[in-house]
Design a protein around this ligand. Structure first.
Ligand code: NAX
Ligand code: K
Length: 481
């Protein structure tokens, strides 16, 4: 599992390491690592290093210091380096001296445009973890002129380091070189960071427990249920799907199909779309009502059930069965309208809620806002449930405070019925007895991988996603076995 630390924790850890490290050593490690990455980037993008032109955008803090020192290292490899100083009087003194000593040039913001026009690569050393707000107008004007690829130092300036939010001009980087540990921006705003490279500066032992996590493929592979020699169709966990209606049978077909494809045990369906589900997925045992469904180890409830009294009764029934429940789509709206349905639930039984932004607003009475991690965490606390807040980077919060951020693989999942497929995946893992936070995070990862496989750079559909699930699981397992 990858750890991600808030800037507050990074700063505290840096403070501790600072105290036991010779002066300037941490910046030397960071900037040397940055210069290696910049040389590598130049090689990739221009086919060489010596004689190439690099422009540094340098702000007033240590982020600019990193850029200046890296510029000095690059000079030794024959790179022409020009630093544009946004605040000349505040530019990192030692870094500036080192760059000049190495034969680099420093110019003012007014003289910047002509150098930007000729740059092979631009380095964003405007602002780092002490950033607040978007780019200031002087920096924004220069960034606007850049046509060369940008390498960001630590993080792309203008993007909030702790939330990944962007509410004005910001740098869009092709590569981000960060130091010591990943920060939230790197997993919450991947499209602004580009490829993220972590340079080790010896900080890891000081960092402690991460505040956010991102599952690695090995974690997803380990979380995915695989039958053993002693298993039968029941012992792997039976999934119940309470979804769809006569008017909206599609949600039932998608959620049930997703569960069928995700595990090799048994899937039961209960609802008004039983005939259609049976026709599409003959292996599903389909009945008309949840009361007739038979024993299951987890329920998926909500997609397409409607928000009226029928839906409410179904939701209340499944919540009262003492098994984990994934409440999706209409079930979230019912909970928001009639929170008393939750009285049916034994509070120790896992509940996973999967709201998109609109459903979140219904559940919480406010929009998720720019800080999606806090938003998910608060909902998880309020409902004593795992909350999977959907978005380009889906955030999964557990009531005990654990947070996972999902790795997006393109935006093809933004397609009708995609959420029904996700809920089937979550249900399959819940039925197998997985920890509900891990179940939701692993399901989100397989969902995103299935999306990429199904799409192959062309639009796909929710049905396409369902069919790509086995290939996604196979790909994950093959990388780890
Ligand atoms: N502290 C350490 O031990 C290390 C820090 N390193 C570097 O130091 C950086 C942090 O440096 P600093 O704390 O000096 O601060 P920054 O370089 O992040 O920011 C400098 C100052 O810019 C101003 N500012 C804030 N938002 C702005 C905006 N939107 N536009 C323009 N100016 C803005 C603020 O006055 C802020 O203090 C890290 O991101 C990293 O690059 C690395 O050298 C590794 C070691
Ligand atoms: K930066």
């Amino acid at each position: 599992m990858q750890g991600i630390w808030t800037t507050e924790r990074i700063r505290e850890a840096e403070g501790r390491l600072f105290a036991v490290t010779p002066e300037g050593e941490l910046m030397r490690r960071a900037s040397f690592g940055l210069s290696v990455q910049l040389a590598d980037f130049l090689e990739d993008h221009t086919g060489g290093v010596s004689g190439r032109r690099v422009v540094l955008l340098v702000g007033s803090g240590d982020n600019g210091g990193d850029a200046l020192w890296a510029g000095a290292f690059l000079r030794r490899r024959g790179v022409a380096v020009t630093a544009i100083l946004l605040k000349p009087e505040k530019a990192h003194p030692a870094g500036l001296k080192a760059l000049k000593r190495a034969g680099g040039r420093a110019v003012s913001a007014e003289d910047g445009p002509q150098w930007i026009a000729r740059a092979d690569v631009v380095v964003d050393g405007i602002v780092g973890i002490s950033a607040s707000g978007s780019l200031r107008p002087d920096a924004a004007r220069l960034v606007d002129l850049v046509e060369a690829p940008i390498v960001a130092v630590d993080l792309p300036s203008g993007v909030d380091p702790d939330t990944g939010a962007v509410d004005g001009p910001a740098v869009r980087a092709t590569r981000t070189v960060t130091f010591g540990g990943l920060k939230p921006v790197h997993v919450l705003a991947p499209s602004w960071c580009g490829e993220v490279v972590l340079v080790d500066i010896g900080l890891r032992p000081e960092l402690g427990e991460p505040q956010l996590r991102r599952l690695d493929i090995v974690d997803v592979a380990a979380a995915w249920p695989v039958p053993g020699p002693e298993d039968d169709k029941y012992s792997q966990g039976v999934v119940g799907i309470a979804a769809g209606s006569a008017t909206y049978p599609g949600a039932a077909v998608l959620a049930a199909g997703s569960a069928v494809r995700a595990t090799s045990g048994l899937v039961r369906y209960a609802g008004h779309a039983a005939d259609i589900v049976r026709a599409q997925w003959p292996e599903v045992i389909a009945t008309g009502t949840v009361a007739d469904a038979g024993r299951v180890q987890a329920w998926v409830v909500g997609p397409g059930i409607g928000t009226g009294s029928d839906g409410r009764d179904v939701l209340r029934y499944v919540l009262g069965q003492g098994v984990p429940v994934c409440a999706d789509a209409d079930a979230t709206t019912i909970i928001a309208k009639s929170p008393d349905v939750l009285d049916a639930r034994d509070p120790d039984t896992p509940l996973v809620l999967t709201p998109h932004a609109g459903e979140y607003e219904r559940l919480m009475g406010r929009k998720p806002g720019p800080d999606r991690v806090t938003a998910a965490r608060e909902a998880a606390k309020k409902y004593n449930a795992v909350v999977l807040l959907k978005g380009h980077c889906t955030v999964i919060a557990a009531p005990d405070g654990r947070i996972a951020v999902n790795r997006p693989r393109g935006a093809w999942l933004a397609t009708a019925g995609s959420g029904d497929v996700l809920s089937g995946l979550v249900g399959a893992l819940l039925a197998a007895g997985s920890d509900p936070w891990l179940a939701a995070a692993a399901a989100a990862d397989v969902h995103s991988l299935a999306g990429a496989i199904a799409a192959q750079n062309a639009p796909t559909s929710a049905s396409g996603l369902v069919h790509a699930i086995p290939e996604a699981i196979r790909a994950i397992r093959s990388l780890t076995s």
